[in-house]
Design a protein around this ligand. Structure first.
Ligand code: F6P
Length: 325
């Protein structure tokens, strides 16, 4: 691999608030360090189909405060194939892009890892997902904003739950990780969280009901991590059957959790890791995700970032349990 002159940047997978702040940071830091920048539209699909545009500092003006991604995004099926990745590499050669920065979650960085193993192209990942499920970074871009959005929604649900004295099961996103559910439950003062990391599985409901939710309260809110089989509907149906005296409702928050202006924390995280990505390339790093751990910028090999499971701090479970009596 020769000298890096031009850097390509793309966003991939589910969008996350703060992705634009990251695009801005990468673009401006790259230009400051003497690199050309090219924006690649629609994730890996745009790389395969050569949807590429030269970026100047003006292209990233006035976006730090906006949600979504100006580069658009996609979950590319074609990039999962060797033929798709070959086409993607041909675009990089044609566009004279010497290094690639990918902003995305687990699937997107897995794609970057495979691509970088197959082709001689330095790839740097930025953790962009509301799920916070990437190993090696304390937080991912978008997670804090989504946590705040969920908290505001649950505050509103609380008003009606209290008025009607109902149990609400509120389903939140997170793919197969419970960071959003557990921490939003603490932040919103919910009575319980049902998360995939808690090995008691569906018994979490029995544990919760038997603890006597109505000992001191006449309404309650349970935050449930999304799950194909055991989401909020599953638990509501069970309560209806097994505890018919309770008045139960479900609220599935859905994609509103991914929208909105990024929080200050997400903007700062995105700005720091964006600058860190260019610094990584200047240092000759490749195939790493830039994260922040204990307030320090760290470079996490892709194999660890996507291969290791990020654990939930068990202390968080205790905090919620003790405070929800
Ligand atoms: O990974 C981000 C995420 O929002 C997950 O929390 C969720 O499971 C998934 O994406 C939803 O994806 P889509 O927008 O494709 O329905």
């Amino acid at each position: 691999m020769g000298k890096i002159r031009c850097i390509g940047i793309l966003t991939s997978g589910g969008d996350a608030p703060g992705m634009n702040a990251a695009i801005r940071a990468v673009t401006r830091s790259a230009i400051c360090n003497g690199f050309k920048v090219k924006g690649i539209y629609r994730g890996y699909d745009g790389l395969i189909n050569d949807e590429v545009k030269r970026f100047t500092t003006e292209d990233v003006s006035n976006i730090i405060q906006t949600g979504g991604t100006i580069l658009r995004t996609a979950r590319s099926k074609e990039f999962e194939t060797a033929a798709g990745r070959k086409k993607a590499f041909e675009t990089l050669k044609k566009e004279a892009i010497d290094a690639l920065i990918v902003i995305g979650g687990n699937g997107s960085l897995t794609g970057a890892r495979i691509f970088a193993e197959e082709y001689d192209i330095p790839c740097i990942g930025l953790p962009g997902t509301i799920d916070n499920d990437l190993y090696g970074t304390d937080n991912t871009i978008g997670y804090d904003t989504t946590l705040n959005t969920i908290t505001q929604c649950v505050d509103k649900i609380r008003d009606t739950a209290t008025s009607h004295e109902r149990i609400f099961f509120v389903e939140v996103m997170g793919r197969d990780a419970g960071f959003l559910a557990q921490n939003s439950a603490i932040a919103a003062g919910a009575e319980a969280a049902i998360i995939p990391e808690d090995s008691t599985g569906s018994d979490q409901l029995i544990k919760f009901m038997e603890r006597g939710i109505r000992k001191s309260k006449k309404s309650c809110i349970v935050i449930v991590s999304e799950s194909p089989k055991c989401g909020a509907m599953y638990y509501a149906n069970r309560v209806n059957k097994e505890y018919p005296n309770f008045d139960v409702r479900v609220s599935i928050l859905g994609h509103l959790q991914r929208g909105g202006s990024p929080s200050a924390r997400d903007r700062i995280l995105a700005s720091r890791v964006g600058v860190g990505a260019i610094e990584a390339l200047v240092q000759g790093q490749r195939n790493v995700m830039v994260g922040i751990r204990n307030n320090e910028v760290v470079y996490v090999p892709f194999v660890d970032a996507v291969g290791k499971r990020k654990p939930i701090d068990k202390q968080l479970i205790k905090v919620l349990d003790e405070l929800s009596i």
